[in-house]
Design a protein around this ligand. Sequence first.
Ligand SMILES: CC(=O)N[C@@H](CCC[C@H](N)C(=O)O)C(=O)O
Length: 372
Amino acid sequence: MMDLIQVRRELHQIPELGFQEVKTQRFLKNIISDMANDRVEVAEWRTGLIVKVSGIKPKRTFGWRTDIDGLPIQEATGLPFASQHEGLMHACGHDIHMAIAIGLLERLIKEPIGDDVVILFQPAEEGPGGAEPLLAWLDQQRPDLLPDQIFALHIAPELALGTVATKPGLLFANTSELFIDLHGKGGHAAFPHHTRDMAVAAAALLMQLQTIVSRNVDPMDSAVLTVGKLTAGTVQNIIAENARLEGTIRTLTPDSMMRVKKRIEALCRSIEEGHECSVTIDYGASYRQVDNDPELAESFLAFASQSQEITAIRAEAAMTGEDFGYFTERLPGLMFWAGVGSEFGLHHAKLVPDEKVLELMPDFLYNYFNSL
Ligand SMILES: CC(=O)N[C@@H](CCC[C@H](N)C(=O)O)C(=O)O
Protein backbone atom coordinates (compact mmCIF):
# COMPACT_ATOMS: atom_id res chain seq x y z
CA MET A 1 0.00 0.00 0.00
CA MET A 2 1.14 3.52 -0.78
CA ASP A 3 2.38 5.56 2.20
CA LEU A 4 -0.16 8.38 1.89
CA ILE A 5 1.36 10.38 4.75
CA GLN A 6 4.65 10.46 2.85
CA VAL A 7 2.80 11.42 -0.37
CA ARG A 8 1.04 14.25 1.44
CA ARG A 9 4.24 15.50 3.09
CA GLU A 10 6.12 15.56 -0.21
CA LEU A 11 3.27 17.47 -1.83
CA HIS A 12 3.14 19.79 1.17
CA GLN A 13 6.73 20.84 0.50
CA ILE A 14 6.09 21.96 -3.08
CA PRO A 15 2.99 24.20 -3.11
CA GLU A 16 2.50 26.09 -6.38
CA LEU A 17 0.02 28.75 -7.47
CA GLY A 18 -2.81 28.18 -9.94
CA PHE A 19 -1.64 26.98 -13.38
CA GLN A 20 1.96 26.88 -12.15
CA GLU A 21 1.64 23.40 -10.60
CA VAL A 22 4.49 21.98 -12.67
CA LYS A 23 6.35 20.08 -9.93
CA THR A 24 3.05 18.92 -8.45
CA GLN A 25 1.91 17.55 -11.80
CA ARG A 26 5.27 15.79 -12.31
CA PHE A 27 5.13 14.28 -8.81
CA LEU A 28 1.56 13.03 -9.32
CA LYS A 29 2.36 11.69 -12.79
CA ASN A 30 5.26 9.63 -11.44
CA ILE A 31 3.21 8.10 -8.65
CA ILE A 32 0.31 7.35 -10.96
CA SER A 33 2.46 5.80 -13.67
CA ASP A 34 4.05 3.51 -11.03
CA MET A 35 0.67 2.18 -9.98
CA ALA A 36 -1.07 2.19 -13.38
CA ASN A 37 -2.11 -0.95 -15.25
CA ASP A 38 -4.03 -1.50 -18.49
CA ARG A 39 -7.30 -0.38 -16.87
CA VAL A 40 -5.84 3.10 -16.34
CA GLU A 41 -5.72 5.99 -18.79
CA VAL A 42 -3.97 9.28 -17.93
CA ALA A 43 -4.66 12.52 -19.82
CA GLU A 44 -2.92 15.82 -19.22
CA TRP A 45 -4.71 19.16 -19.23
CA ARG A 46 -2.48 22.19 -18.64
CA THR A 47 -0.95 21.56 -15.17
CA GLY A 48 -3.65 19.06 -14.23
CA LEU A 49 -4.20 15.35 -14.80
CA ILE A 50 -7.31 13.35 -15.56
CA VAL A 51 -7.08 9.66 -14.68
CA LYS A 52 -9.68 7.12 -15.75
CA VAL A 53 -9.95 3.70 -14.14
CA SER A 54 -12.18 1.38 -16.15
CA GLY A 55 -14.74 -0.56 -14.18
CA ILE A 56 -15.57 -4.25 -14.56
CA LYS A 57 -19.00 -3.78 -16.14
CA PRO A 58 -19.40 -0.03 -16.54
CA LYS A 59 -22.80 1.57 -16.95
CA ARG A 60 -21.86 4.97 -15.51
CA THR A 61 -18.81 7.12 -14.91
CA PHE A 62 -18.29 8.64 -11.49
CA GLY A 63 -16.01 11.65 -11.16
CA TRP A 64 -13.82 12.46 -8.17
CA ARG A 65 -12.28 15.92 -8.24
CA THR A 66 -9.33 17.13 -6.22
CA ASP A 67 -7.76 20.57 -6.41
CA ILE A 68 -3.97 20.78 -6.54
CA ASP A 69 -2.83 24.42 -6.08
CA GLY A 70 -1.39 26.19 -3.04
CA LEU A 71 -1.79 29.69 -1.59
CA PRO A 72 0.49 32.74 -1.34
CA ILE A 73 0.99 32.34 2.44
CA GLN A 74 4.30 32.04 4.32
CA GLU A 75 4.02 28.83 6.33
CA ALA A 76 4.48 29.17 10.10
CA THR A 77 3.81 25.62 11.29
CA GLY A 78 7.47 24.86 12.08
CA LEU A 79 6.93 21.32 10.75
CA PRO A 80 9.98 19.38 9.51
CA PHE A 81 8.19 18.91 6.18
CA ALA A 82 7.08 22.56 5.86
CA SER A 83 6.83 24.22 2.45
CA GLN A 84 10.15 24.61 0.64
CA HIS A 85 8.61 27.27 -1.59
CA GLU A 86 9.14 30.71 -0.05
CA GLY A 87 5.86 32.53 0.48
CA LEU A 88 3.69 29.60 -0.64
CA MET A 89 1.80 27.06 1.42
CA HIS A 90 -0.83 24.35 1.12
CA ALA A 91 -2.94 26.28 3.62
CA CYS A 92 -6.25 25.12 2.17
CA GLY A 93 -5.53 21.40 2.47
CA HIS A 94 -5.10 20.62 -1.22
CA ASP A 95 -2.09 18.44 -0.31
CA ILE A 96 -4.44 16.33 1.83
CA HIS A 97 -7.06 16.34 -0.94
CA MET A 98 -4.47 15.07 -3.46
CA ALA A 99 -3.19 12.33 -1.13
CA ILE A 100 -6.77 11.14 -0.53
CA ALA A 101 -7.33 11.04 -4.31
CA ILE A 102 -4.13 9.00 -4.73
CA GLY A 103 -5.31 6.58 -2.01
CA LEU A 104 -8.69 6.22 -3.70
CA LEU A 105 -7.02 5.70 -7.07
CA GLU A 106 -4.77 2.97 -5.67
CA ARG A 107 -7.79 1.13 -4.25
CA LEU A 108 -9.71 1.44 -7.53
CA ILE A 109 -6.76 0.11 -9.53
CA LYS A 110 -6.26 -2.87 -7.20
CA GLU A 111 -9.96 -3.66 -6.84
CA PRO A 112 -11.92 -2.11 -9.72
CA ILE A 113 -15.58 -1.44 -9.03
CA GLY A 114 -18.37 -2.07 -11.55
CA ASP A 115 -18.44 1.44 -13.00
CA ASP A 116 -15.75 3.68 -14.46
CA VAL A 117 -14.21 6.32 -12.22
CA VAL A 118 -12.48 9.47 -13.48
CA ILE A 119 -10.23 11.27 -11.01
CA LEU A 120 -9.64 14.91 -11.89
CA PHE A 121 -6.52 16.55 -10.45
CA GLN A 122 -7.64 20.11 -11.13
CA PRO A 123 -5.35 23.16 -11.06
CA ALA A 124 -6.07 26.70 -9.90
CA GLU A 125 -8.99 26.32 -7.49
CA GLU A 126 -7.79 29.27 -5.39
CA GLY A 127 -7.63 31.36 -8.52
CA PRO A 128 -8.03 32.10 -11.36
CA GLY A 129 -10.25 28.99 -11.49
CA GLY A 130 -9.49 25.71 -13.23
CA ALA A 131 -12.90 24.00 -13.19
CA GLU A 132 -14.59 26.12 -15.85
CA PRO A 133 -11.84 25.84 -18.50
CA LEU A 134 -11.32 22.15 -17.64
CA LEU A 135 -15.00 21.48 -18.30
CA ALA A 136 -14.79 23.38 -21.59
CA TRP A 137 -11.77 21.27 -22.61
CA LEU A 138 -13.51 18.03 -21.66
CA ASP A 139 -16.55 19.09 -23.70
CA GLN A 140 -14.52 19.95 -26.76
CA GLN A 141 -11.63 17.48 -26.66
CA ARG A 142 -12.45 14.58 -24.38
CA PRO A 143 -16.20 14.15 -23.81
CA ASP A 144 -15.43 10.47 -23.09
CA LEU A 145 -13.79 11.59 -19.81
CA LEU A 146 -16.82 13.60 -18.64
CA PRO A 147 -18.39 11.88 -15.64
CA ASP A 148 -22.13 11.37 -15.17
CA GLN A 149 -21.91 12.41 -11.53
CA ILE A 150 -19.16 14.31 -9.76
CA PHE A 151 -17.95 14.29 -6.15
CA ALA A 152 -15.37 16.15 -4.07
CA LEU A 153 -14.45 16.91 -0.47
CA HIS A 154 -12.91 19.82 1.35
CA ILE A 155 -11.07 19.45 4.63
CA ALA A 156 -12.71 21.16 7.61
CA PRO A 157 -10.23 22.09 10.39
CA GLU A 158 -13.05 22.96 12.81
CA LEU A 159 -14.65 19.49 12.56
CA ALA A 160 -13.31 16.48 14.45
CA LEU A 161 -11.43 13.80 12.59
CA GLY A 162 -13.84 11.25 11.14
CA THR A 163 -16.69 13.72 10.67
CA VAL A 164 -18.23 14.32 7.27
CA ALA A 165 -20.72 17.14 6.79
CA THR A 166 -22.86 18.18 3.88
CA LYS A 167 -26.36 19.23 2.91
CA PRO A 168 -28.70 19.16 -0.08
CA GLY A 169 -28.70 22.32 -2.23
CA LEU A 170 -26.42 25.28 -1.65
CA LEU A 171 -23.26 24.39 0.29
CA PHE A 172 -20.84 27.15 -0.82
CA ALA A 173 -21.49 30.70 -2.00
CA ASN A 174 -21.23 32.54 -5.30
CA THR A 175 -17.91 34.37 -5.28
CA SER A 176 -16.21 37.13 -7.15
CA GLU A 177 -12.77 38.53 -6.64
CA LEU A 178 -12.56 42.31 -6.42
CA PHE A 179 -9.66 44.57 -7.38
CA ILE A 180 -10.16 48.34 -7.23
CA ASP A 181 -7.46 50.78 -8.39
CA LEU A 182 -7.57 54.48 -7.52
CA HIS A 183 -5.45 57.03 -9.31
CA GLY A 184 -5.14 60.75 -8.53
CA LYS A 185 -2.66 63.61 -8.35
CA GLY A 186 0.02 62.84 -5.75
CA GLY A 187 2.63 65.27 -4.46
CA HIS A 188 4.55 66.73 -1.54
CA ALA A 189 3.19 65.82 1.92
CA ALA A 190 3.39 69.48 2.96
CA PHE A 191 1.09 70.71 0.14
CA PRO A 192 -2.05 68.54 0.34
CA HIS A 193 -4.15 71.29 -1.24
CA HIS A 194 -2.27 70.75 -4.55
CA THR A 195 -2.99 67.03 -4.60
CA ARG A 196 -5.73 64.41 -4.54
CA ASP A 197 -4.76 61.94 -1.82
CA MET A 198 -5.47 58.34 -2.88
CA ALA A 199 -4.75 57.00 0.63
CA VAL A 200 -7.63 59.11 1.92
CA ALA A 201 -9.86 58.21 -1.04
CA ALA A 202 -9.14 54.48 -0.56
CA ALA A 203 -9.86 54.74 3.17
CA ALA A 204 -13.17 56.48 2.44
CA LEU A 205 -14.09 53.87 -0.15
CA LEU A 206 -13.19 51.03 2.23
CA MET A 207 -15.54 52.44 4.87
CA GLN A 208 -18.32 53.04 2.35
CA LEU A 209 -18.05 49.48 1.05
CA GLN A 210 -18.96 48.31 4.56
CA THR A 211 -22.44 49.79 4.09
CA ILE A 212 -23.30 47.44 1.20
CA VAL A 213 -23.85 44.33 3.30
CA SER A 214 -25.40 46.23 6.21
CA ARG A 215 -27.63 48.60 4.17
CA ASN A 216 -28.19 47.18 0.67
CA VAL A 217 -28.47 43.42 1.15
CA ASP A 218 -31.80 42.08 2.41
CA PRO A 219 -31.23 41.08 6.05
CA MET A 220 -33.00 37.78 5.31
CA ASP A 221 -30.46 37.15 2.55
CA SER A 222 -26.75 37.31 3.31
CA ALA A 223 -23.48 38.41 1.75
CA VAL A 224 -19.83 39.06 2.52
CA LEU A 225 -17.60 41.79 1.17
CA THR A 226 -14.08 41.41 2.51
CA VAL A 227 -11.16 43.65 1.56
CA GLY A 228 -8.13 41.55 2.48
CA LYS A 229 -5.48 43.88 1.15
CA LEU A 230 -5.20 47.66 0.99
CA THR A 231 -2.16 49.42 -0.43
CA ALA A 232 -1.43 53.07 -1.13
CA GLY A 233 1.47 55.38 -1.83
CA THR A 234 5.22 54.99 -1.78
CA VAL A 235 6.85 56.70 1.25
CA GLN A 236 5.78 58.57 4.36
CA ASN A 237 6.17 62.12 3.05
CA ILE A 238 4.61 61.80 -0.38
CA ILE A 239 0.87 62.03 -0.88
CA ALA A 240 -0.25 58.81 -2.53
CA GLU A 241 -0.94 58.93 -6.24
CA ASN A 242 -2.19 55.33 -6.36
CA ALA A 243 -4.10 53.02 -4.07
CA ARG A 244 -5.49 49.53 -4.48
CA LEU A 245 -8.09 47.49 -2.65
CA GLU A 246 -8.14 43.71 -3.11
CA GLY A 247 -11.03 41.67 -1.85
CA THR A 248 -13.73 39.13 -2.46
CA ILE A 249 -17.53 39.17 -2.62
CA ARG A 250 -19.69 36.25 -1.45
CA THR A 251 -23.44 35.91 -2.01
CA LEU A 252 -26.11 33.24 -1.76
CA THR A 253 -27.57 33.88 -5.22
CA PRO A 254 -26.26 35.14 -8.58
CA ASP A 255 -28.87 37.95 -8.43
CA SER A 256 -27.56 39.16 -5.12
CA MET A 257 -24.02 39.15 -6.57
CA MET A 258 -25.25 41.43 -9.37
CA ARG A 259 -26.83 43.84 -6.89
CA VAL A 260 -23.70 44.00 -4.71
CA LYS A 261 -21.58 44.74 -7.78
CA LYS A 262 -23.95 47.56 -8.84
CA ARG A 263 -23.56 49.17 -5.41
CA ILE A 264 -19.76 48.84 -5.55
CA GLU A 265 -19.80 50.56 -8.93
CA ALA A 266 -22.03 53.38 -7.62
CA LEU A 267 -19.78 53.96 -4.59
CA CYS A 268 -16.69 54.00 -6.80
CA ARG A 269 -18.32 56.63 -9.02
CA SER A 270 -19.05 58.77 -5.97
CA ILE A 271 -15.40 58.45 -4.86
CA GLU A 272 -14.31 59.58 -8.33
CA GLU A 273 -16.55 62.60 -8.05
CA GLY A 274 -15.82 63.44 -4.41
CA HIS A 275 -12.06 62.89 -4.50
CA GLU A 276 -11.42 64.02 -8.09
CA CYS A 277 -9.68 60.83 -9.14
CA SER A 278 -10.19 57.85 -11.40
CA VAL A 279 -11.32 54.48 -10.08
CA THR A 280 -11.27 51.22 -12.03
CA ILE A 281 -12.80 47.92 -10.97
CA ASP A 282 -11.68 44.45 -12.02
CA TYR A 283 -13.76 41.51 -10.82
CA GLY A 284 -11.07 38.88 -11.49
CA ALA A 285 -12.30 35.32 -11.18
CA SER A 286 -15.83 34.46 -10.15
CA TYR A 287 -17.19 31.06 -9.11
CA ARG A 288 -20.67 29.60 -9.22
CA GLN A 289 -22.28 28.45 -6.01
CA VAL A 290 -21.72 24.81 -5.07
CA ASP A 291 -25.19 23.29 -5.31
CA ASN A 292 -25.38 19.73 -4.08
CA ASP A 293 -27.76 17.38 -5.82
CA PRO A 294 -30.44 16.74 -3.13
CA GLU A 295 -30.68 12.98 -3.76
CA LEU A 296 -26.92 12.49 -3.77
CA ALA A 297 -26.59 14.50 -0.56
CA GLU A 298 -29.26 12.48 1.25
CA SER A 299 -27.96 9.13 0.08
CA PHE A 300 -24.38 10.13 0.96
CA LEU A 301 -25.42 11.15 4.49
CA ALA A 302 -27.36 7.89 4.89
CA PHE A 303 -24.36 5.84 3.67
CA ALA A 304 -21.92 7.73 5.92
CA SER A 305 -24.11 7.37 9.00
CA GLN A 306 -23.84 3.58 8.70
CA SER A 307 -20.05 3.61 8.78
CA GLN A 308 -18.33 2.69 12.09
CA GLU A 309 -15.44 5.14 11.65
CA ILE A 310 -17.42 8.09 10.30
CA THR A 311 -19.80 10.54 11.96
CA ALA A 312 -22.17 12.12 9.46
CA ILE A 313 -23.68 15.52 10.20
CA ARG A 314 -25.81 18.01 8.30
CA ALA A 315 -23.77 21.07 7.40
CA GLU A 316 -24.87 24.69 7.24
CA ALA A 317 -24.18 26.55 3.99
CA ALA A 318 -20.91 28.51 4.16
CA MET A 319 -19.60 31.63 2.47
CA THR A 320 -16.54 29.78 1.22
CA GLY A 321 -16.15 29.66 -2.54
CA GLU A 322 -15.19 26.72 -4.73
CA ASP A 323 -14.96 26.45 -8.47
CA PHE A 324 -16.40 22.95 -7.99
CA GLY A 325 -19.63 25.00 -8.41
CA TYR A 326 -18.98 24.89 -12.17
CA PHE A 327 -19.24 21.11 -11.98
CA THR A 328 -22.44 21.12 -9.91
CA GLU A 329 -23.96 23.65 -12.30
CA ARG A 330 -23.37 21.18 -15.09
CA LEU A 331 -23.68 17.70 -13.51
CA PRO A 332 -25.40 16.11 -10.53
CA GLY A 333 -22.72 16.52 -7.90
CA LEU A 334 -21.85 16.46 -4.25
CA MET A 335 -19.24 18.18 -2.13
CA PHE A 336 -18.75 17.50 1.55
CA TRP A 337 -16.55 18.66 4.41
CA ALA A 338 -14.17 16.14 5.96
CA GLY A 339 -13.05 16.89 9.53
CA VAL A 340 -9.32 17.18 10.20
CA GLY A 341 -9.46 18.79 13.69
CA SER A 342 -6.89 21.59 13.52
CA GLU A 343 -6.56 24.51 15.97
CA PHE A 344 -5.92 26.87 13.05
CA GLY A 345 -8.37 27.22 10.17
CA LEU A 346 -8.22 27.25 6.38
CA HIS A 347 -5.95 29.91 4.86
CA HIS A 348 -3.98 30.13 8.12
CA ALA A 349 -0.17 29.91 8.17
CA LYS A 350 -0.37 27.42 11.09
CA LEU A 351 -2.95 25.05 9.65
CA VAL A 352 -1.99 21.48 10.65
CA PRO A 353 -4.63 18.98 9.48
CA ASP A 354 -4.71 15.61 11.25
CA GLU A 355 -3.11 13.21 8.79
CA LYS A 356 -5.18 10.31 10.15
CA VAL A 357 -7.82 11.48 7.67
CA LEU A 358 -5.60 9.75 5.08
CA GLU A 359 -6.26 6.41 6.79
CA LEU A 360 -10.02 6.96 6.80
CA MET A 361 -11.07 8.71 3.62
CA PRO A 362 -9.74 6.59 0.73
CA ASP A 363 -11.42 3.43 2.09
CA PHE A 364 -14.59 5.29 2.96
CA LEU A 365 -14.78 6.78 -0.56
CA TYR A 366 -13.97 3.48 -2.22
CA ASN A 367 -16.80 1.81 -0.30
CA TYR A 368 -19.11 4.69 -1.13
CA PHE A 369 -18.46 4.47 -4.89
CA ASN A 370 -18.80 0.71 -4.69
CA SER A 371 -22.22 1.15 -3.06
CA LEU A 372 -23.67 3.45 -5.73
C1 LIG B 1 -12.41 26.65 0.07
C2 LIG B 1 -11.84 28.01 -0.09
O1 LIG B 1 -11.28 28.55 0.84
N1 LIG B 1 -11.95 28.58 -1.31
C3 LIG B 1 -11.51 29.90 -1.60
C4 LIG B 1 -11.81 30.20 -3.05
C5 LIG B 1 -11.31 31.57 -3.48
C6 LIG B 1 -11.89 32.08 -4.74
C7 LIG B 1 -11.38 33.43 -5.17
N2 LIG B 1 -9.95 33.52 -5.19
C8 LIG B 1 -11.97 34.53 -4.30
O2 LIG B 1 -11.29 35.00 -3.38
O3 LIG B 1 -13.10 34.95 -4.55
C9 LIG B 1 -12.21 30.92 -0.70
O4 LIG B 1 -11.63 31.96 -0.41
O5 LIG B 1 -13.38 30.69 -0.27
